[in-house]
Structures are given as C-alpha cells and as structure tokens.
Design a protein around this ligand. Sequence first.
Ligand code: PXP
Length: 243
Amino acid sequence: MKKKIRLGVNIDHVATLRNARNENFPDLIRVVDLLNKNNVDLITVHLREDRRHIKDHDVQELRKKNLLPLNLEMAATDEMKEICLKTQPYSCCIVPERREELTTEGGLDVKNQLNYLGEFVQDFRNTKIKLALFIDPEIDQIEAASRIGVNVVEIHTGKYARCFNDDHEYELKRIKDAAKHCEKLGIDCHAGHGLNYENVRKIALIPNVTELNVGHFLISNSVFDGLEGTIKKFMKIINHASI
Ligand code: PXP
C-alpha cells in the first residue's frame, strides 16, 4: 500500500484574476485559508521575472501568514535566489523560464548546465529549504540532478496530459520509468503540470510519486464546482489511487 500523496495547489491564477482589476479580490490569503481547511498540503507560487501574476509582496505575505507550507517556484537567477534565501519558504522548485511563454513549457536542462546549476544550488545546502528541480521524464536529467546533489525532482507531466491513445501510454511509461529511476537513486519524486480530474489518477497510482503540484485546472474548474468542491473531488481521486 502506498503512502498518502501530498497535494500542492498552485495559486498563480488566483493572482491573475485579482490583477485583472488591480484590486485585492480574490484575496490570496482567503484562498489559502480555504485550501488549508480542505486539507491541501502546500501552496505553490511562481514568482516570474515579469511578475505577471504573483508579486513580491504576495510571497512575503504568504510566508508571513504561514497558513500552509510555501513552495516557491522560480528561475535559477541571482535575483530569485536572493528572494528565496531571504523568504525561507518550505520548499523551492527551480524551473526554466522564458519571458514569452504562457506557462513553463519544458523541464530544466540540468545535464547541459551542470556547472551553472551545480553552483546555484550550493547556497541552499545549509538552509532548511527543500530544493527541487523541475525536469522532463528523462533518465539522464535525473542522473544529472543527482550528480549536483539535489534529492528532489518534479517530473513534468505536461506532455502526458496533452496527448491521447498510444502517445498517452508512451508518455505515461516515460513518467513511470523516471519515477522508478528516482527511487533507485534515492530521489524524492514529485509530479505536475496539466493534471486534471481525467488524467491525474494514473499519475497518483505511480508508487513513489509523493507529491502533485496542480494549478490551472483547479482554479479554472472552480468556476463550475467552486474551489472547495473542486479540491474535494480532486483529492478523492488521488487519495483513492494512493492509499
Ligand atoms: N509544476 C510546475 C513546476 C509548474 O511550472 C506548473 C505551472 O505553473 C505546475 C506544476 C502546475 O501546472 P498546471 O497549472 O498546468 O496545473
């Protein structure tokens, strides 16, 4: 029997909605309070270079209120590192970032940035921040993460989430193989991107996936089922798969 899987909710798009009117509605803290009451395990915010949704003051306020553990998603830049070390979130997930992309489009190329990332992660060593790298489901990227001493990865499930039939099974197998390889190397394996009611079950069933990070679907589906209803239904699916 597998341990209960943790659910991290990415609240970037609550901020997107709030920013549409430049006021404080919907209020992020109120949303986190509701997520907390519905047994969500952590929240994720992506502080992007262009601050298009989450702003610096959001990160500080969420950390200060500390209603749920904060996972800070960010690019591997000096600016972000400084913010992260100052904020001391529960965890930090390093992602690639391009200004013109709509969302994180692929995993980090750890293999070809061993020196840069290897040095970047050094400053996290003597902190309590749990550091993860967001990577595609590729064995050599997991090996590279391990080589630079990072023991948590988040596997990018976006490709799996977007394809159907044979391709869907192929992508699922890549994620399963990646998760198995993480286990072999003693790496904690998280997963996320593009997950929804229909596709999450097969990911939650993978034995050593310990955490899922989900955003766009949960916030968007709240238009139909409400945030509480959406979280309850989503959790029911993953808990059935994982307990
Ligand atoms: N994990 C990472 C590293 C991401 O960049 C994102 C998107 O912000 C997610 C998970 C959540 O993806 P989605 O919004 O498609 O659920």
